[in-house]
Write a protein that binds this ligand. Structure first.
Ligand SMILES: *Cc1c(COP(=O)(O)O)cnc(C)c1O
Length: 394
């Protein structure tokens, strides 16, 4: 179905779906590694590009293509590239856009391994990286060098919830001849559309909000430009970072409720953030939906809602945070985020354990920071769970 002129909710359900010869109402799992050619000529035409028939699942597969076209419609992009994980999306983009002697400027509070792979792996191929707090665009301008190729931004940042001005970044990228890449995992296209604000590439860990049910790992990349799309698709296919048909089926199912899930989760998050802000044991809280968030005004204009991620610190520091995490029952003590269930974790010792202490301090990932991903349970039950855990801290 052509959903080009349809609304976001209609796209969630129908974009990318296609009719098959059996009249399947949903896109089936095409669990096959390879595809029959009609003739030797047809096979040759598929390889040369004269025919767009399927060849081999690492290159493309109908179930995976349905998801790629669905997400491209949601992000208002040209087309999507599905990957085995969010990190596979990130490394495919790095591989396509960086090379020996090139330089990338990135947010200092990016997803830990997105930083680690540059510092520990791409550095061995002479790729340079500078990490700055991109919430202050002055820092970006100072970090750009003659060999800078990519500006990489995550907003809201993980786990500091710092917000970067995407339109300002797009302007810098245009002026300096860089490509702007945005990790949109924390917002999803329901709340933020980076390509509409001038980004060249948007990527996701679909493990989080897009799939939303904590049952698969996956990633996706969307570009605005067809040439850039080809370049990144080449990296994904040659490095073998492809998604599996079953993963694609699961996410096609999960994504349908994206808007409903996020609406519900962010209503809960607003209540929980207000509760935490007023709690005597809470030292600080960062949630974009609270006027106390330093970039509340920017969040209001750049995002269509404040999402369901927050971070906070307790007056009792890490020890108190650890006790809180050990005493919640409804909230699950686990990394990951953006699922229907509420999750709690400690970035300094968990998701960002691979980032050096010095870099964590500089990025604001303090030892007392507790990250909370609010689910779609009843807000009253989540608050009651926190409340009973707080009573165990005295
Ligand atoms: C989880 C996450 C990733 C990595 O995704 P995987 O699916 O775990 O490989 C990248 N960016 C952000 C913001 C994330 O939260």
């Amino acid at each position: 179905m052509n959903t080009k002129d349809k609304g976001f909710n209609t796209k969630l359900i129908h974009a990318g779906a296609f009719d098959d010869e059996f009249g399947s109402a949903t896109v089936p799992i095409y669990q096959t590694s390879t595809f029959k050619f009609k003739s030797a000529r047809h096979g040759a035409d598929c390889f040369s590009g004269k025919s767009d028939g399927y060849i081999y699942t690492r290159i493309a597969n109908p179930t995976i293509r349905a998801f790629e076209q669905n997400i491209a419609a949601l992000e208002n992009g040209y087309d999507g590239i599905a990957t085995s994980s969010g990190m596979a999306a990130i490394t495919s983009v790095y591989m396509a856009l960086l090379g020996a002697g090139s330089h990338i400027v990135s947010s200092d509070a990016v997803y830990g391994p997105a930083r680690g792979v540059l510092e520990q792996d791409f550095s061995r191929f002479n790729v340079e990286a500078t990490f700055v707090n991109t919430a202050n665009t002055e820092n970006i301008l100072k970090a750009i060098k003659p060999n800078t190729k990519v500006l990489y931004v995550e907003t809201p940042a993980n786990p500091t919830m710092e917000i970067t001005d995407l339109k300002a970044c797009a302007k810098i990228a245009r002026e300096k001849g860089l490509l702007l890449v945005v990790d949109n995992t924390f917002s999803s296209p329901y709340l933020q559309k980076p390509l509409d604000m001038g980004a060249d590439v948007v990527l996701h860990s679909i493990t989080k909000f897009i799939n939303g049910h904590a049952d698969i790992v996956g990633g996706v990349i969307v570009t605005k430009d067809p040439e850039l799309y080809k370049k990144i698709r080449h990296s994904m296919v040659y490095m073998g970072c492809n998604m599996d048909p079953t993963q694609a089926f699961m996410v096609l199912r999960g994504v349908k409720t994206l808007a409903l899930r996020i609406e519900r989760a962010q209503q809960n998050a607003q209540k929980i953030a207000t509760y935490l802000q007023n709690h005597p044991m809470v030292a600080w809280i960062k949630y974009p939906g609270l006027p106390s968030h330093p970039q509340y005004e920017l969040a209001k204009t750049q995002m269509d809602g404040f999402g369901s991620m927050m971070s906070f610190g307790l007056k009792g520091g890490y020890e108190a945070g650890r006790k809180l995490m050990d005493n919640v029952h409804l909230a699950i003590l686990a990394v990951s985020l953006g699922g229907v269930e509420t999750l709690i974790q400690h970035p300094a010792s968990m998701t960002h354990a691979g980032v050096s202490h010095e870099h964590k301090q500089a990025a604001g990932i303090t030892d007392d920071l507790v990250r909370f991903s609010v689910g779609i349970e009843d807000a009253e039950d989540i608050i009651a769970d926190l409340e009973q855990a707080f009573t165990k801290l005295d």
